[in-house]
Design a protein around this ligand. Structure first.
Ligand code: GCB
Length: 597
């Protein structure tokens, strides 16, 4: 039997600004809970032997009519790509398993020497990709992009792309079995065919050098046979043209001296057109330049202390009750952040769609990006670590040229312990090796003190490795009533900026009562008032991201007529209506904005 290895994954950045054919739209699908299209009755993968004539990935109809075929993509219903399957068909709402997607397409290259790639923005969680019956590869991880070369497999007439997506949760996965969000399955982001010349600009990093406002630094990387070339980086508005020569690996370092840069900031989201070109390729995009650093307990943006007026966001459109995927979805979510007088978002708990950071660049919203290292990952498992590190690398690779992104978060609410701290230390080290310019953090926890019941202690060995100490706290919701906030004393020994990565409580939009009746808007409003007073007493406080902008689906939330499968901690309800607490936070942020002017 022949083992299919699949093709190696290729890294191509800035896909949105390249020449592409979109494969978005309707894809035929087969629900396959037993993975019949993948395993034979001995549970051997059918794609091990592509010549066996079996397996859905072949999508071939035998001319010999006597051959038994028990599937037919042509007669199957369709799902829309991009999009989760759960919100598209009611019987898939709770589905966790495999679905096969099939899309037919024709493509004519503009030049016969050009190369073609297929790029997936993301598919959750494990994805096997086949073109014309040949395996391109398997990708693990539900929130990061992946690309395969298809140059040699493309046919002149009809092509068949078959994709098996499996969203079964796994103990050793990232995330693991247990989360507080909906496990949306499917091809959740854009799919496109990218055409490039034989040697092309695959990757580049173009940002201000750490600590400098007068030097743009980074690298450019070519992919293809003609690796050693002259590469030009142009920023027309600055009248800046820089030429470098790539080495035998296709790499060249970049250093661009700049005078009088108009620095990117929330109140001035200035983006410059940047063009990178070589003999065989040319690509442009808008890039902003800013510095971000900490000094003592301050966060400095372009050298000036800033207070991060933020909010957490899940990648979900509450009105649709499904994964957010479009530019319109991103616009809706980030417009609400602006209405809140916010200047910052925490994109929880996994890498969001690339269009969020791009829009944040344009709108002037600072961004925290996060990996799905959540709660109880298998800390001692090497492949779990490698998986987490890969997701982190792919996220950084994708968004490293976004001025809006200032923080890479390693994890959320992970239990303190040696194996966990080593895991996170290695992640942080890796992030710093890939990107020296941004800040590192994680959403950590607080603990109590038996003798002093109102002391809340922030003590975590990982705090020594972060630039900003972030912690989640739920005083007034999971821990007492809102009035308890008035007595709390935070004990934080780190000489670093402190931010609250989560706090909040639930309310059903439209449900009213007194301030002590849980699930009412008045309770949540009161909780925000007390929480903000409590948190404002922390001397090192430099920002916050309450939990959360919108109600979101969660399979852990059962209360009939109130939760009905939704986490109700949103400041905005399922129908897009703002709850009372929204306005408490909005007014607080107005004050903070004035204070830090
Ligand atoms: C948390 C988690 C978040 C949950 C939230 C809650 O601490 O980080 O994922 O959704 O609490 O609502 O309980």
């Amino acid at each position: 039997m022949m083992m299919i290895q699949g093709f190696a994954q290729t890294n191509i950045i800035n896909v949105p600004n390249r020449e592409t054919l979109s494969l978005n739209g309707k894809w035929n699908y087969i629900i396959d809970p037993y993975e019949t299209g993948y395993f034979d009755y001995r549970y051997e993968p059918l794609d091990k032997d592509p010549n066996s004539g079996k397996g859905f990935f072949l999508d071939q109809h035998p001319t010999d009519k006597s051959q038994l075929l028990e599937y037919d993509f042509d007669k199957c219903p369709t799902l829309f790509v991009p999009g989760d399957w759960n919100s598209q068909d009611n019987k898939l709402l709770y589905y966790e398993g495999s679905i096969w997607y099939r899309r037919l397409f024709t493509y004519k290259k503009s030049n016969s020497n050009n190369r073609l790639f297929v790029n997936f923005g993301a598919a959750n969680y494990e994805t096997d990709v086949y073109l014309n019956g040949k395996k391109l590869g398997k990708h693990i991880g539900g929130f990061t992009p992946f690309t395969y070369e298809i140059t040699s497999l493309l046919k002149e007439d009809m092509n068949s792309m078959v994709v098996k997506v499996d969203n079964k949760r796994k103990r050793d996965g990232v995330p693991t079995l247990n989360t507080d969000w909906w496990n949306y399955g499917g091809i959740t982001r854009d799919v496109s065919i990218v055409e490039v010349q034989a040697t092309f600009i695959a990757d580049y990093s173009i940002q201000l050098k750490k600590g400098s406002k007068t030097e743009i630094a980074g690298y450019v990387k070519l992919n293809g046979a003609d690796k050693s070339q002259k590469v030009k980086i142009e920023i027309p508005e600055l009248k800046s043209i820089t030429e470098v020569t790539t080495n035998a690996e296709g790499m060249a370092a970049i250093s661009i001296p700049v005078k009088k840069l108009d620095l990117w900031a929330p109140e001035n989201p200035k983006l410059y057109n940047v063009t990178v070109s070589c003999k065989t390729d040319k690509i442009s995009e808008k890039i902003g330049f800013r510095t971000i650093e900490t000094r003592g307990t301050d966060i400095l943006l372009n050298g000036k202390p800033i207070f991060l007026r933020g909010i957490c966001i899940h990648e979900e459109n509450p009105m649709r009750g499904g994964r957010a995927y479009s530019k319109e979805d991103a616009q809706m979510l980030l417009n609400w952040v602006k209405e809140l007088n916010g200047n910052y978002v925490r994109l929880a708990h996994y890498p969001h769609n690339e269009n969020m950071a791009r829009l944040a660049d344009e709108m002037g919203i600072l961004v925290w990006e996060e990996t799905p290292v959540y709660w109880t990952i298998l800390w001692e498992n090497q492949s779990t670590y490698e998986n987490a590190e890969q997701q982190l690398s792919d996220l950084i690779s994708r968004d490293k040229n976004r001025a809006s992104v200032i923080i890479w978060s390693m994890a959320n609410e992970t239990p303190v312990g040696e194996a966990r701290t080593n895991f996170l230390k290695n992640m942080a080290k890796h992030a710093r090796s890939l990107d020296s310019t941004r800040l590192i953090s994680a959403a950590m926890e607080i603990h109590g003190n038996k003798e002093k019941p109102f002391d809340k202690i922030v003590e975590d060995p990982f705090a020594d490795y972060v630039d900003i100490v972030n912690f989640n706290e739920y005083v007034g919701w999971y821990d007492g009533l809102p009035e308890k906030c008035d007595k709390i004393n935070f004990v934080i020994k780190y000489n670093k900026p402190v931010m609250i990565s989560e706090f909040g409580g639930s309310a059903l939009q439209g449900m009213h009562g007194d301030t002590l009746t849980r699930w009412t808007e008045e309770y949540q409003e009161n909780l925000y008032q007390h929480s903000l007073k409590m948190l404002s007493k922390i001397p090192q406080l430099r920002g916050m991201t309450p939990w959360i902008l919108c109600d979101f689906r969660s399979p852990r939330r059962f209360l009939p007529n109130i939760q009905d499968g939704w986490n109700r901690k949103g400041l905005i309800g399922q129908n897009g209506t703002k709850k009372k607490a929204f306005f408490v936070l909005r007014d607080f942020y107005k004050q903070m904005e004035l204070k830090y002017k």
